[in-house]
Design a protein around this ligand. Structure first.
Ligand code: 5GP
Length: 194
């Protein structure tokens, strides 16, 4: 997605050969105009998939998911990373190791909001080693719901997550796919790796 790639080139900061910081438009400050375009792009790519629900993970997946949900006319559910006093036993949960924070979180979704009648589009901000996406796929599986696919704002195609998820036969649509972050420079794949 051209608009997104240009924004990454202008404002992204390469912190290391593995980590890209995009705090100015996605992970801290949020650019609503760009998020709307991103949400519409996900909606267009999955418009014929019969989606009934979007599933994401707090907090950075919520903004792009909201606009995709608005365009598709479906609710957005976000998995919580912390135990909540108002969330109890009625939960689907899975363990997710965070790539950037090096901690393992139990993520959870109330059973009230996912069922075997749902066709789910999973959305997240980054795809690195695939742990967050695998946790969300696990939760969709526990609900006996169907997965329509995974929509990713920024895939780091040089890490393993994309191939792990695609090898499971899950459709992955990433709007920007990074080939390398070597020498402080962002290089994109022209086409998504198949
Ligand atoms: P994975 O679970 O695929 O290993 O990592 C995905 C999660 O880690 C995303 O939800 C995102 O929050 C975080 N993440 C992974 N790589 C990066 C990165 O390069 N930059 C930022 N800002 N977050 C990342």
């Amino acid at each position: 997605m051209k608009l997104l790639k240009e924004k990454i080139e202008r404002e992204g900061r390469v912190l290391s050969e593995n980590v890209l910081k995009v705090d100015s438009f996605l992970n801290h400050q949020i650019d609503p105009v760009l998020m709307q375009a991103i949400g519409e792009e996900f909606a267009a790519r999955f418009k014929d998939a019969g989606i009934t629900k979007i599933l994401t993970i707090e907090s950075s997946g919520i903004a792009p998911s909201m606009f995709a949900g608005l365009t598709l006319g479906v609710p957005v559910v976000f998995a919580r990373k912390r135990k909540s006093l108002t969330l109890s036993d009625n939960l689907f949960s899975s363990k997710v190791h965070s790539f950037t924070k090096d901690v393992t979180n139990d993520i959870s979704v109330s059973k009230d909001f996912l069922s075997n009648e749902d066709v789910v589009l999973i959305i997240d901000d980054f795809l690195a080693n695939g742990q967050a996406a695998l946790g969300l796929l696990d939760i969709v599986g526990q609900a006996n719901a169907q997965t329509a696919g995974v929509g990713i704002v920024i895939e780091k195609g040089f890490q393993t997550g994309g191939s792990i998820i695609r090898e499971r036969g899950v459709r992955v649509e990433s709007l920007a796919n990074i080939k390398s972050l070597v020498n402080g420079k962002v290089e994109f794949f022209e086409e998504e790796p198949t």
